[in-house]
Structures are given as C-alpha cells and as structure tokens.
Design a protein around this ligand. Structure first.
Ligand code: HEC
Length: 121
C-alpha cells in the first residue's frame, strides 16, 4: 500500500516535470535531413527565397517589418545573414523564428547550408 502511494506520487511528480519541459509544439515537425549533395545546388533564387517568402515575409516585410527585419529581397536577407541573427533565431528553440515554432528540419538545413556557403544568389 505504502509502495503504491510512493510510486503514484513519483509518477505524478515526473509527469509534471516532463510536461513543464515539453516543447513538442516548438521542435521541427519532422526530421527530414537534406539528401546527400543537396547543399551544393542551393542558392537564393532556386531554394531559400521560397522559404523566406512562405515562412517569414508575412511578418518581415519592408522597413517596418517585425523586429526591424526585412526579408523580402536578396540584399535585405543577406544583411541578416551577415549579422548572424537569422542563424540564431531559426535554430533557437527557446527563441524561435517563426515565433510559433521552428521550421521543418529540411528547411532549417537548407538555410544553414546556404548561409555556410555565404548566401549565394
Ligand atoms: C508571425 C510573425 C513572424 C514570422 C512568420 C517570422 N517572424 Fe521573425 N520576428 C517576428 C517578430 C515579432 C520579431 C521581433 C521580436 C523578436 O525578436 O522576437 C522578429 C524578429 C526576427 C529577427 C530579429 C532577431 C533578433 O535577434 O534581432 C530575425 C532575424 C527574424 N525574426 C527572422 C525570421 C525568419 C528567418 C523567419 C522565417 C523563417 C521569421 N523571422 C518569421 C515575427 C515573425
């Protein structure tokens, strides 16, 4: 009897701890790593522009974009690449961009590998 109470309380305590630490809604929906060699062909015009347009531009458009960040043109995106802000925010589970949860892993990987190459147009 005592044991049962002990284990029940332990379960409840663990459940509370786990649920407090649960960021399921924020982690990338599905881990789909980039196919081998895919990075080589990634450029702004053929790959990352579509990601920024679909995932970011709704909030980051023009001089008054959220956080003062404009992601509508190649040069404006590149300036955010250079200052490191994009890299931080698209991988930061505690401060994610988009704010409602990180992108699917394949899109994060595409942007990261593109930035590692210096963000070619
Ligand atoms: C729903 C609106 C929304 C979407 C979609 C969104 N952002 Fe943001 N973003 C914000 C807001 C609001 C801020 C300013 C507050 C903050 O920094 O959290 C911001 C700030 C930023 C900053 C500045 C961060 C800093 O540390 O100065 C960057 C970079 C950024 N977003 C990149 C992105 C990228 C890349 C995407 C797409 C993958 C994206 N955002 C999608 C709303 C959004």
């Amino acid at each position: 009897m005592k044991n049962r109470i002990f284990y029940t309380s332990l379960f409840v305590i663990l459940a509370v701890i786990v649920s407090c630490d649960n960021k399921v809604g924020l982690v990338p929906k599905k881990a789909e790593p980039l196919p081998a060699g895919a990075c080589d062909s990634i450029r702004y015009t053929n790959a990352t522009k579509a990601i920024f347009d679909n995932e970011c531009v709704s909030c980051h458009s023009g001089p008054f974009g959220s956080g003062g960040v404009d992601l509508t043109t190649y040069s404006s995106v590149l300036s955010q690449v250079t200052n490191g802000r994009i890299k931080d925010r698209i991988t930061n589970i505690n401060n994610p961009m988009p704010p409602f949860g990180l992108l699917p892993q394949s899109k994060i990987d595409s942007i990261l590998c593109w930035m590692d190459k210096g963000g070619p147009q």
